[in-house]
Ligand binder design. Structure first.
Ligand code: SF4
Length: 454
């Protein structure tokens, strides 16, 4: 096998991007059936990988994964640096840990394999071990159950790092009402189809955007369409300035069980700089409003925000820990196309320390799910922490891809798990197109599910 220039190979160029960002040098790879040869400017590296260690990699993936490991090993030698997640560039490192367990390893051997095979650091391998233990009994594959996901693409203002489809609600009030009418129809017809086909709903998640940015009547109309399904039911109310008592009462009366109220940081100066229209005090008020009504609460924080120090991050984390929400999710800043700020190689230099701090100062919480994104500052991760037995089943089953997703709304992607296959159906991403092509796309989506269920 010869890959003359890894710029042309997505998987291999993702490895180079870990070290150099988008501007990486010429790297070529050759495999002659025994030796991987990696050539870099004025350097040449050769590697052979013995089967006694790498034998756990399934044959169909072996050359591809070893090629990534070879490029990673060469770049470590070339730059003198290594990465917390080693040669891994995928979204779900836990899947490889599960693969090791399925091959017959126990947890300790799987921790060892993550380090020896994929070059994952000792700390990250141990975190995976804790996550897999926290997921025990909550992650079994099932084609009988589906998660219902509902997307609301409106917010109060746009955060500077946002890459989602999200429009300011104040300028789009009339469109949001028209959108929700169609969304309610999609939800009801999607629920009907699941019921007709003998499928059950495991959990509901309303995300966005900021669903609570809708006006009260429109919000209640949406929750009426979903109904109280008697299962775990999360509603994102990420912007604390959208959580008044009326909104919280509507959620309570419609069966919502879990609410996300996201400070992102408790530093008011940063909140203003990243374009969020609320203060830390607004967050504390919103938190009290939802906790007073008995909801489980998740709070998101972001590590690596521009201008924040490790001390800023620790203060935010400690401030949130002090409230004892059921879940805390720590995101590493991701700067993608579509956001006002872009990926830079001069990202916040404290981000690794921030994540390491979060992983080592858990204060009664345990990590329970994790995912990574491309262009994530420091090549790190997003990680969810939970008080014991308060883990969000939707997050676990969606992230580990063990339960399918019936997704409704603009840009929402359904995942259909049938007969060992995963198929996807993407709704129109643009809200205007979602509205104008609603009938045609809904028919196509329901047909896609019916064909898979047949
Ligand atoms: S709250 Fe979320 S969806 Fe809304 S603008 Fe900010 S990052 Fe984007």
């Amino acid at each position: 096998m010869r890959v003359n220039d890894i710029h042309t190979d997505t998987e291999l160029s993702d490895v180079a991007r870990l070290f150099f960002g988008d501007d990486f040098p010429s790297v070529s790879l050759e495999y002659d059936g025994k030796t991987f040869t990696v050539e870099l400017p004025e350097k040449r590296y050769e590697f052979e990988y013995a089967d006694d260690i790498y034998g756990v990699i399934p044959p169909a993936h072996k050359i591809g994964r070893l090629s990534k490991i070879a490029v990673y090993d060469a770049l470590c030698a070339f730059t003198g640096r290594d990465m917390a997640w080693g040669a891994l560039t995928g979204v779900r490192p836990s899947k490889l840990f599960y693969e090791c367990l399925r091959s017959g390893m126990d947890n300790a051997a799987a921790v060892d394999a993550m380090q020896k095979i994929y070059r994952v650091s000792g700390m990250r391998s141990s975190v995976l071990d804790e996550i897999i233990k926290a997921q025990k009994g909550k992650v079994e594959f099932s084609s009988e159950y589906y998660n219902l996901y509902v997307h609301v693409p409106y917010c109060t203002t746009r955060c500077s790092y946002c890459s989602f489809v999200s429009a300011p609600i104040a300028k789009n009030r009339a469109q949001s009402q028209q959108y929700v009418k169609l969304l309610c129809d999609e939800i009801m017809r999607s629920k009907d189809l699941l019921r007709e086909c003998g499928k059950k709903i495991l959990s509901v998640y309303i995300g966005g955007g900021t669903p609570s940015a809708l006006d009260d009547d429109t919000f209640a109309e949406l929750l009426d369409a979903i109904g109280d399904l008697g299962c775990e039911y999360t509603c994102e109310a990420g912007r604390p300035d959208t959580v008044a008592s009326e909104k919280a009462d509507i959620m309570r009366s419609h069966g919502v069980t879990r609410v996300c109220v996201n400070p992102q940081t408790l530093n008011d100066k940063t909140l203003a700089a990243i374009g969020r229209s609320h203060s830390a005090d607004d967050f504390f008020r919103a938190y009290d409003t939802v906790r007073a009504r008995g909801f489980d609460v998740n709070c998101d924080l972001i590590a690596g925000l521009d201008g924040e120090t490790l001390d800023d991050f620790v203060k935010s984390l400690d401030g949130v820990y002090a409230l004892r929400p059921q879940n805390i999710t720590v995101h590493s800043l991701s700067k993608k196309n579509g956001s006002a700020i872009r990926y830079r190689s001069d990202e916040n230099s404290d981000i690794s320390k921030m994540l390491d701090h979060a992983l080592t100062h858990v204060d009664g919480y345990r990590p329970y799910y994790l995912y990574r994104q491309k262009r994530q500052a420091g090549n790190l991760e997003n990680i969810g922490f939970s008080l014991p037995e308060c883990e969000c089943v939707n997050n676990i089953t969606t992230m580990e891809e063990t339960v399918g997703v019936m997704a409704c709304g603009a840009g929402a992607i359904s995942k259909i798990f049938e007969n060992g296959n995963i198929s996807r159906f993407a709704n129109m991403r643009d809200v205007s197109l979602y509205i104008s092509r609603y009938d045609e796309k809904l028919t196509a989506k329901l047909d896609c599910f019916r064909a898979a269920f047949a």
